[in-house]
Write a protein that binds this ligand. Structure first.
Ligand SMILES: [Zn+2]
Length: 399
């Protein structure tokens, strides 16, 4: 795809919520009408876009609308977390074509075998060569240059694993590795129905809590793509003890082991509730949330206390970024939703430093459990089809 202008135009067409005409492309990209016409011709030849309906605007010539040819390319995405391995196949327009989820097997080799099987099955659903690549989302921190995951929490037998290269070897596909929270935010920016122009804080409630930030649709990922590791922000001086030696860190305050232990201590869950593996903790957390929905006061108080602590962290980080939107997603969001929504409202109204200047909208993510995998696949499409400043340096714009 070398040509920078070609990428700029294709990116505009990908990001447009409806089809666009050549005239609109000239005005949004600032390229001349002649350049647009040449670039569009090349994209049509490559089969990446197609012409659609003709639209009459005012007294001028009718405009031919252009849209993406969704079947022109596909990407695969895999999200590995302590409980499940989720795989999706998306087309060029970002629509999910197939998806699956399996329980996370023990250890990296078994996980790579399982995901390679799913990847091969999904690849067979589309023409040969149509899959541009595979994105893997994994819990941070990650080493993006070496493509390694480094001691992912709650995945004891993992250690330091060159996941990207091992997955590329097992699948034969060009593979990229992304931190799961950042991948989830990419998916949300693409697929969510909110306005992405502003500054967004994304909160991912999975096994613990993770954060990602974006401005104007671009994720701010930091110097090693690990921005958002703020689990040790102290949100309650009287909170639970953290392994770092402090009390009331954000991460431990909303961690499943802590909440499940509290539920057992309060008699919400039986002493015998299995809680040694991630899958068992996840099940127990589900039981705690169900008890709260059934009006168990002690269960609700556990979730409400954790939500107040989390809301405190969200408000601090939101002030830091001067965010205008907070989006919450991840496997545990639904379980926290009533208490966290209420706690965040109170905290924003009472403690946000910028509350007199502007409100902060808070809502849930669009894609539920598929967010991380779809985001990893979207990153593959972005890498293939989005113009980046690095290309600009290598190839000056000629209009
Ligand atoms: Zn800590």
């Amino acid at each position: 795809m070398g040509d920078y202008n070609q990428l700029v135009v294709l990116d505009q067409i990908r990001r447009a919520s409806q089809s666009v005409s050549r005239v609109e492309l000239a005005s949004t990209t600032g390229l001349s009408g002649q350049t647009i016409s040449n670039v569009v011709g090349r994209l049509l030849e490559l089969g990446l876009i197609e012409e659609g309906e003709r639209q009459i605007a005012g007294r001028g010539k009718p405009r031919t609308m252009l849209h993406l040819r969704a079947a022109a390319g596909y990407a695969l995405g895999v999200h590995v977390d302590p409980v499940s391995v989720t795989t999706v196949l998306i087309d060029l327009a970002g629509t999910m074509v197939d998806r699956s989820v399996v329980t996370t097997p023990d250890g990296p080799t078994a996980v790579i075998d399982a995901l390679a099987g799913e990847v091969a099955r999904m690849q067979a659903l589309v023409p040969d060569g149509a899959v541009v690549g595979l994105g893997v989302a994994a819990p941070g921190p990650i080493d993006p240059e070496g493509g390694r995951v480094i001691h992912p929490p709650l995945m004891q037998s993992w250690g330091d694993v060159p996941l990207r290269d091992r997955v590329a070897d097992a699948t034969g596909l060009p593979t990229l590795l992304e931190k799961d929270v950042a991948a989830a935010m990419v998916a949300e920016l693409w697929q969510g129905d909110h306005d992405i122009a502003g500054t967004t804080l994304f909160v991912y409630l999975g096994f613990g809590v993770g954060f990602a930030f974006a401005r104007g649709g671009e994720v701010l990922s930091g110097s090693s793509r690990n921005a958002g590791e703020i689990g040790h922000l102290i949100v309650d001086a009287d909170g639970p003890e953290c392994f770092c030696g402090n009390r009331g860190c954000l991460g431990v305050s909303v961690s499943l082991d802590h909440l499940v232990a509290e539920a057992v201590a309060a008699g919400v869950l039986a002493e015998s509730t299995p809680r040694s593996t991630p899958a068992e903790l996840d099940l127990a957390m589900g039981l705690l949330a169900t008890a709260s929905q059934a009006d168990d006061g002690a269960a609700t108080e556990i979730l409400a206390r954790a939500s107040r602590r989390l809301a405190r962290g969200i408000v601090v980080i939101s002030d830091l970024l001067d965010a205008d939107r907070v989006v919450v997603g991840g496997a545990n969001w639904e379980r926290f939703r009533p208490q966290l929504s209420a706690a965040a409202r109170t905290e924003f109204a009472g403690h946000a430093t910028l509350r007199e200047l502007h409100g902060v909208e808070m809502g849930g993510a669009a894609l539920g459990p598929w967010l991380g995998a779809v985001g990893a696949a979207s990153r593959v499409l972005d890498a293939a089809f989005t113009p980046h400043a690095s290309i600009l340096l290598a190839q000056p714009v000629t209009a």
